[in-house]
Design a protein around this ligand. Structure first.
Ligand code: FHN
Length: 409
């Protein structure tokens, strides 16, 4: 398939759900608990006897939540750094199929995504902390060879046993003391060639040590020149798996602004949930995701399918008030800091043919004066507490007007 056609659906989607779920969810202290607390491997492995999500739980619940939240794809941790697989594997006994749960959660998840027309992403951690060779390749060369071998076998299983997979989201490709040799050590070229042979339409992230299809800034929304996706937790820390006691959650307003910021700069937003061991999603995450979903029902046109806006477009003005996204001959002004009856936007070179409120469809008076776009007749108070979108119909593709060297009159 033609390169940009392969990734187009994903760039149009703009919003996805990340799910971190595994044995660590039982302890409720994040997905790094095994390493951070240096829990003996045998002791940690016993968690598998307690990982028995109830029959009433189905990954379909996450899929339905993603849909309700306006997300178009999901990325599930099929295996995190602790090595525990949520799928059946000939390369390991440390899986949810061969231990107490006796369930292939990847299969259940993929089926549910298909049923609800959500694109399927699989996260796979190349590194596995159970192998001493990961920590010290020189001292334990055989073990390092085994971990690489295991990764190749398991990625092959994931790419072969579950039908069409849309995204392969590698993680944990880093190796102590290695930089440029990372892809050589993982044999990433060979690995990804195998992936693309089995899944010709797949898109692959940049964490196998090779750039592949897209970049993955983490916990921030700084844009990349290439296709990019910002992954982020709702909680404040870098804990992605379930954390039992974390009162500091980003408010919905901030999450929506992050999504707009990504879309405005041509990127995606992959927002994480860390379900409890029984698979249920904590209330704080549920509330926020559903609020975003409601906002997107009214304002999604200004997010889905938007393109990277020209540098500086709408920034002189919308930068103070909010952010602009663009699509075709339209600009969407996402107003977060409401100006009252009149909004003045600078930095738009085009002629503006019309303006309306996106959610209500209400037509607005708009004129261009001394290069400024002036929108009148707005309500005194913000119509939407999370952000109101004004659509401008332009006379052509959005173009920037740079005021930085023009003195005030
Ligand atoms: O170490 C992981 C972390 O646990 C989490 O999975 C994130 C998600 O992008 N990735 C790693 C850190 O970069």
């Amino acid at each position: 398939m033609e390169e940009n056609k392969r990734i187009r659906w994903w760039q149009e989607a703009r919003f996805g759900m990340f799910v971190h779920w595994g044995l660590y969810s039982i302890l409720g202290r994040g997905e790094w608990v095994l390493l951070v607390e240096r829990i003996p491997l045998k002791e940690y492995a016993k968690l598998a006897d307690r990982f028995i999500p109830p029959k009433s739980f189905s990954p379909e619940q996450w899929v339905k939540l993603a849909k309700e939240s306006g997300m178009k794809y999901i990325v599930l941790t099929t295996r995190h750094h602790d090595g525990f697989c949520l799928f059946d594997s000939k390369a390991s006994n440390f899986t949810s199929v061969k231990t107490a749960a006796k369930r292939d959660f990847v299969e259940e998840y993929v089926d549910a995504c298909r049923k609800h027309n959500i694109r399927v992403g699989l996260y796979y951690s190349l590194l596995d902390w159970r192998f001493p060779g990961y920590f010290d390749r020189e001292k334990y060369p055989e073990s390092f060879k085994d971990t690489v071998e295991q990764a190749h076998m398991q990625v092959k299983e994931l790419m072969s046993n579950y039908g069409k997979i849309d995204i392969l989201w590698y993680d944990g490709g880093w190796l102590p003391g290695a930089e440029k040799e990372t892809p050589i050590l993982w044999r990433s070229k060979e690995l990804n060639a195998m992936v693309r042979k089995l899944q010709p339409d797949i898109i692959i992230n940049d964490r196998s040590g090779l750039p592949e299809d897209f970049d993955t800034p983490e916990q921030h929304t700084t844009p990349s020149k290439r296709p990019w996706e910002s992954c982020m937790t709702i909680g404040d820390s870098c804990g992605w798996g379930y954390i039992k006691h974390n009162p500091n959650m980003k408010p919905t307003t901030q999450l929506i602004q992050n999504l707009v910021s990504c879309a405005s700069n041509g990127g995606n937003y992959l927002l994480n949930i860390g379900p409890k061991p029984d698979g249920s999603v904590r209330r704080e995450e549920l509330i926020r995701l559903k609020e975003i979903g409601k906002w997107l029902l009214k304002n999604g046109e200004g997010i889905y399918g938007t393109e990277r806006r020209p540098e500086g477009f709408g920034l002189w003005g919308a930068g103070m008030l909010g952010m602009a996204t663009v699509k075709g001959n339209r600009a969407y002004l996402h107003i977060f800091r409401w100006p009252g009856n009149t909004a003045v936007i600078t930095g738009i070179k085009n002629r503006v043919l019309s303006a309306k409120m996106l959610a209500s469809g209400k037509r607005l008076k708009v004129k261009k004066e001394n290069g400024k776009v002036i929108i009148k007749g707005l309500p005194e108070l913000p119509p939407d507490k999370y952000g109101t979108v004004i659509v401008l119909q332009l006379d052509g593709k959005p173009e920037t007007f740079d005021y930085s060297r023009i003195p005030l009159i």
